[in-house]
Write a protein that binds this ligand. Structure first.
Ligand code: PLP
Length: 351
C-alpha cells in the first residue's frame, strides 16, 4: 500500500508540441527548416537492414573519430550520446556530485532543474540582468558545478568568450559545462571549444539537432579534457553501453563529412534571421539580439499569449513560456523564407 512513498517522483520537462496536422508552420522547437545533408538520404536508402541484428559499436567509435577530426581534438576528448539531452544528463550524473549547489541562470533551458531534481543535485539559479545577460560575478561563489548555455535559450543571447573564460578559470574545483546547442549560428571564434586544451574542468556540449537538421536522429556530443571524457564514459557504461543506434552512427558521420552543405544551410538561416529581426522591429517587436536560430520577441502593446493563440489558430506554432519575467515573450524559430513571410503576414493582420 505504501510503495508510492519509495517512488522517485519528479516533475518532468515539458517538450515543445509536435503537432501532427498537415499544413502547418512549425517554429516552436528550433528545428532546422531544411533537410539534412543529401549524403544522409543516399545512405538511408542503401543502409543494410540486416546489420540491424548486430549491436552497434559501444564506443560510437566511427562518429567519435570523425568529430575529433572535424573539431581538431583527440578521439579521447569526444563523447557521443543520444542527443545532447542524453549527454547533459550523463554529465550531471557524473560531475555534479558535491554537497554544494550547482549554478545556472534563472532564465535558461528548462531541463536543467529537472535533471538536478531527478539526480537529487542541489541547485541555485542566478538571475540574468534586465537585458537577459549573465552577471559573471554570480558564478564566482563556491559551487558544485556550473552549466551555462551559450547562446542562451530561450533568449538567444551570446555571452563573450572572455566572460565565459573568466568563469571557467575562476572555478578550478568545479566542472563548468557550456551548452553550445546554438553556437553554429553565432560568429566564428565565439565557441568555448578553443579553451578545451587550456582548462581541464571545461566540458563543451553540442548537438546535431539544430544546426545539422537531425533532431529526429538524436545525436549529441561533448568535447573536453580526456580525463573528463573517461569519467563520463565510465558512468555511461554503467547505465547503458549501447546508447547510439547503428543508423545514427552511420548517418551522423555522413552529415559531418558534408561541410559545404552544412555551411550553406547555416548561411541561409542566418540571412533569414537577420531579415526577420528587421521585419519584427518594424511591427513593434523588440528582442535581445539573437545569435541563435530563434528570436525571443516581445511586443510594445500586444500580449504574447494573445499573439501565441492567434498564430496557433492559423497553424503557426511558436513557443510561449508562462513563467515569471518571460511571460510576455515569444520564442520564434527561424524557418524558411516562405515560412517567415507567412509569419510576418499573420502578425501584421493580428496587430
Ligand atoms: C535543444 C537543446 C538541447 C537538446 O537538444 P538535443 O535534441 O537533445 O540534442 C540542449 N540544450 C539546449 C539549450 C537546447 O536548446
Amino acid at each position: 500500500m505504501n510503495w508510492e512513498n519509495n517512488v522517485r517522483k519528479v516533475v518532468p520537462y515539458t517538450p515543445g508540441e509536435q503537432p501532427k496536422c498537415g499544413r502547418m508552420i512549425k517554429l516552436n522547437t528550433n528545428e532546422c527548416p531544411y533537410p539534412p545533408a543529401p549524403g544522409v538520404k543516399k545512405l538511408l536508402e542503401s543502409e543494410n537492414y540486416e546489420d540491424l541484428r548486430l549491436y552497434p559499436s559501444a564506443d560510437a567509435g566511427e562518429l567519435v573519430e570523425v568529430l575529433a577530426e572535424y573539431y581538431k581534438v583527440k578521439p579521447t576528448e569526444v563523447f557521443v550520446g543520444v542527443g545532447s539531452d542524453d549527454v547533459i544528463s550523463m554529465a550531471f550524473l557524473t560531475f555534479f556530485n558535491s554537497d554544494k549547489p550547482i549554478l545556472f541562470p534563472d532564465i535558461t533551458y528548462s531541463f536543467y532543474p529537472v535533471w538536478a531534481d531527478v539526480y537529487k543535485i542541489g541547485y541555485k539559479t542566478k538571475a540574468l540582468d534586465e537585458n537577459f545577460r549573465i552577471k559573471k560575478e554570480d558564478y564566482l561563489e563556491p559551487n558544485g558545478g556550473i552549466i551555462i548555455p551559450n547562446p542562451n535559450a530561450p533568449t538567444g543571447v551570446l555571452e563573450s568568450l572572455d566572460d565565459i573564460e573568466e568563469i571557467i578559470k575562476s572555478n578550478p574545483d568545479s566542472v563548468v559545462m557550456i551548452d553550445e546547442a546554438y553556437i553554429d549560428f553565432a560568429e566564428e571564434g565565439t565557441s568555448a571549444l578553443s579553451l578545451v586544451e587550456k582548462y581541464d574542468n571545461l566540458l563543451v556540449i553540442r548537438t546535431f539537432s539544430k544546426s545539422r537538421a537531425m533532431a529526429g536522429l538524436r545525436v549529441g556530443f561533448a568535447i573536453g579534457n580526456e580525463k573528463l571524457i573517461k569519467y563520463l564514459n565510465d558512468v555511461k557504461y554503467s547505465v547503458n553501453s549501447y546508447t547510439m543506434n547503428r543508423p545514427s552512427l552511420v548517418l551522423g558521420v555522413e552529415a559531418v563529412k558534408d561541410d559545404e552543405y552544412f555551411k550553406a544551410t547555416l548561411k541561409k538561416i542566418i540571412n533569414t534571421r537577420e531579415r526577420m529581426k528587421k521585419e519584427l522591429t518594424a511591427l513593434g517587436f523588440s528582442f535581445p539580439d539573437s545569435k541563435s536560430n530563434f528570436v525571443f520577441a516581445t511586443h510594445k502593446t500586444a500580449a504574447a499569449e494573445d499573439i501565441f493563440k492567434y498564430l496557433r489558430s492559423k497553424q503557426i506554432y511558436v513557443r510561449f513560456f508562462k513563467q515569471p519575467r518571460i511571460d510576455n515573450y515569444l520564442r520564434i524559430t527561424v524557418g524558411t523564407d516562405e515560412e517567415t513571410d507567412e509569419l510576418i503576414k499573420e502578425l501584421k493582420s493580428f496587430l
